[in-house]
Design a protein around this ligand. Structure first.
Ligand code: SF4
Length: 351
């Protein structure tokens, strides 16, 4: 593909970490874990920042072959109305949640920018920290979201291989690889304070994906040094539509990747969601991961009542409630952190 940026194609940008991820790496998983643990302790202490997702809508205009919410899937479509948004957030608040990630599919008339902005306005009356994982926007839209109290966006490239990307994203706005790749920069230029990136692990060769993702984060760190950056490690889980990942990622590779990222990106927040099992999440806490979702629902709404006919975007593997998960963290001498942000910090970053 023409027009790929140098930071993505130049392998020198990840040459220090590549040997740690190679299948024949002489560096043991145990020694990587020990190094990652020491760095995490020095930079982040014994803390885990906690957030929960709220799916606002599962309408979507794109055709990602791997997703149960793709526009050709015969799934029940729903969008929370504004009263439901408020009630769901109030329910999350009673669970102790203060850091919420609001999600939609790609832009549609049912879940438009105006709808999303209104939801951020509502969330800002209840939650100190609000992030959005929705659709790529222009700079003016991101600035408006920041004005409403959105402090962060999450946008996964899904796969960093342009050919594979083209094949998996069959139609819709998400088909544009470069537009998606440039989205984190537009958000940061607009004053959004934190950006979360990642690759959907299982869609392409994991080692290559990991190194390109690493180069992406390093490019953002270098160019937007004031930004808060986080990396997530979403690994494909069973989902509506039954798509089987062509490059399944083992526990051992995922652990190696997470440790290598901590070593290569000592100050960057590393996040792990409830897609992963309790055993794997507990193992990663205290070693390299510093941010986790908790008590997540992946259906639209879902905190007040569960509709058993409705399928989530993916299956949650760690279904422990807030108390159970916090207990597990405390057993490892890790402090669960629900709030580390004040609404007074909201609004766009100063220029
Ligand atoms: S991954 Fe996102 S954009 Fe793609 S089909 Fe699913 S909801 Fe839509």
């Amino acid at each position: 593909m023409n027009g790929l940026p140098n930071w993505l194609t130049d392998e020198k940008g990840s040459a220090d970490i590549a040997p740690l991820l190679a299948p024949d790496s002489p560096v043991s998983l145990e020694s990587l874990a020990a190094e990652a643990k020491a760095i995490t302790l020095r930079r982040f202490g014994r803390t885990m920042s906690l957030y929960a997702p709220l799916y606002l809508s599962n309408y979507c205009s794109s055709g990602c072959v791997y997703c149960g919410y793709a526009s050709d899937r015969k799934t029940l479509r729903r969008r929370l109305d504004f009263q439901e948004v408020e009630r769901e957030l109030e329910c999350m608040k009673t669970m102790g949640i203060n850091d919420v990630l609001l999600l939609t599919g790609e832009r549609t008339s049912d879940a438009s920018f105006d709808y999303l902005r209104r939801c951020v306005d509502i969330a800002a009356t209840l939650m100190p920290k609000i992030s959005v994982e929705a659709f790529p926007m222009d700079i003016n839209e991101y600035r408006a979201l920041a004005d409403s109290g959105c402090t962060g966006i999450t946008i996964y490239q899904e796969t960093y291989d342009p050919d594979q990307y083209n094949m998996l994203h069959r139609w819709g706005p998400k088909k544009n690889f470069l537009d998606r790749l440039e989205t984190p920069e537009r958000a940061l230029q607009a004053g959004i304070k934190t950006v979360g990136v990642g690759a959907l692990l299982g869609l392409y060769q994991p080692e290559k994906e990991a190194l390109k993702l690493l180069r992406h984060v390093r490019h953002l760190c270098k160019t937007y040094w004031k930004a808060g950056l986080s990396v997530s490690f979403p690994r494909m889980r069973p989902q509506t539509g039954g798509y089987q990942p062509p490059f399944p990622v083992t526990d051992s590779f995922l652990a190696r990747m997470i440790f290598a990222f901590r070593i290569g990106l000592p100050d960057v927040e590393l996040a792990l969601s409830t897609r992963e099992s309790p055993r794997f999440r507990d193992g990663m806490a205290g070693l390299a991961i510093t941010r986790m979702s908790i008590a997540s629902r992946t259906t639209v709404g879902g905190y007040i009542e569960q509709n058993n006919d409705e399928k989530g975007q993916f299956e949650v593997h760690d279904d422990r409630n807030v108390e159970e998960f916090c207990f597990a963290l405390q057993e490892k001498n890790i402090e669960p952190v629900f709030k580390n942000w004040e609404p007074v910090y909201n609004g766009p970053c100063s220029e």
